[in-house]
Design a protein around this ligand. Structure first.
Ligand SMILES: NC(=O)c1ccc[n+]([C@@H]2O[C@H](COP(=O)([O-])OP(=O)(O)OC[C@H]3O[C@@H](n4cnc5c(N)ncnc54)[C@H](OP(=O)(O)O)[C@@H]3O)[C@@H](O)[C@H]2O)c1
Length: 336
């Protein structure tokens, strides 16, 4: 079996002083792949040399992934402390005591005594049925509320205090929400997860996080070509088809997906590409260990920005909201 020289994988220093691999593997099957193929891919990825895994309770596969981790530890394929495993509390578990219940279930499923980072998946307690259509709406949905968010975050802090999560994170945040939330946090997030790919670089939010000492994990790093139908809209850009990406791919003789990953890592964020296909997930990890993009190619890739958000999140909209833009505070204020 092909195994990578792990020393070649770059790492990033977190504000905590700990180190995190500069690339990981996503585990959301996009409503396309069931839990077993994803767990099998995690098993293959551990063997190949992945050390960072992005999990979440809502992905519906933590129990099978936990079995994979347990077997890998038992077989001495890897030690627990060599892995950086993240998970996230889903939107229906923000209420009093619920975040505690959520991490307990996740730890039980993942067969771990702690996760390396625990995230608030979305800043709203709004949720949708698994596999729902893009026009599905939950009438109980509400706009962002600082006080409501803090009910969840204070439980996150208690989870950190108890050593059940070694770092805390937030996901799908905006600068206005972070400006409101960060002063209220006793324990600040060490990581922020956000959508990031060449056509949606989120430069302002990325720079904001960097200035605050928060490390960025970028989701949909290849532009999520197999994302659920509810996340597809007319006019969405295909990152791997962008001329700036294609030019670099041609120059390096590689698939455009790998250009997206090299770009992310060289820019300083942590991509978490997903694939159940061995050839793809192996080449994804290998790509960041060799043949970097040139400074000129990195400069050219800045021009790939098309402001193309793929995960618009419209299924989380509340009654009275105008459109998916309301989730993202486009005018610099938190939309109510
Ligand atoms: N925090 C959040 O709210 C949030 C939201 C979305 C996603 N995420 C996380 O981010 C992860 C990644 O996002 P994603 O899965 O949506 O998008 P992605 O990683 O950008 O795209 C995944 C798709 O790209 C294809 N692919 C992967 N490697 C390839 C390669 N080397 N060559 C060609 N095609 C390749 C895969 O197809 P094949 O399967 O055919 O190989 C897969 O379907 C998720 O798994 C999840 O962990 C988090």
């Amino acid at each position: 079996m092909d195994v990578l020289d792990l020393r070649a994988v770059p790492h990033i220093a977190l504000a905590s002083g700990e180190s995190i691999p500069s690339i990981g593997m996503g585990t959301f099957g996009s409503d396309k792949y069931g839990p077993q193929p994803v767990a099998d891919a995690v098993a293959g990825a551990v063997r190949f040399g992945y050390r960072l895994f992005d999990c979440a309770s809502v992905y519906g596969n933590e129990d099978l992934i936990g079995k994979v981790f347990e077997e890998a530890f038992a077989a001495k394929a890897v030690r627990r402390e060599e892995l950086f495993i993240t998970s996230k509390v889903w939107n229906d578990m923000h209420g009093p005591e619920k975040v505690h219940a959520s991490i307990n279930k996740t730890l039980q499923d993942l067969r771990l005594s702690y996760v390396d980072a625990y995230f608030v998946h979305w800043p709203f307690p709004n949720y949708h049925a698994p596999g729902c259509e893009g026009d599905a709406r939950n009438p109980d949905s509400v706009p962002f509320s600082l006080d409501r968010f803090m009910i969840a975050w204070e439980q996150m802090e208690a989870i950190y205090d108890r050593g059940l999560a070694r770092h805390l994170g937030m996901s799908n945040m905006t600068i206005p929400k972070l400006e409101t939330v960060l002063p209220r946090c006793r324990i600040k997030p060490c990581l922020i997860e956000m959508e990031q790919h060449p056509s949606f670089q989120q430069q302002a939010l990325f720079d904001y996080c960097k200035a605050k000492g928060i490390t960025v994990i970028g989701y949909c790093p290849i532009g999520s070509p197999n994302r659920p139908e509810r996340d597809k809209a007319p006019g969405d850009v295909v990152d791997t088809g962008l001329p700036e990406v294609a030019a670099a791919a041609k120059a390096h003789g590689i698939h455009p997906a790998l250009v997206c990953l090299k770009w992310a890592v060289q820019r300083g964020s942590i991509p978490i590409p997903f694939s159940v296909h061995e050839e793809n997930y192996q080449s994804n990890l290998r790509s960041v260990t060799e043949d970097p993009l040139t400074p000129d190619e990195m400069e050219q890739l800045k021009k790939a920005e098309r402001n193309c958000r793929l995960v618009k999140g419209q299924v989380f909209l509340w009654p009275g909201a105008q459109g998916w833009e309301d989730l993202w505070d486009m005018d610099g204020n938190i939309t109510q």
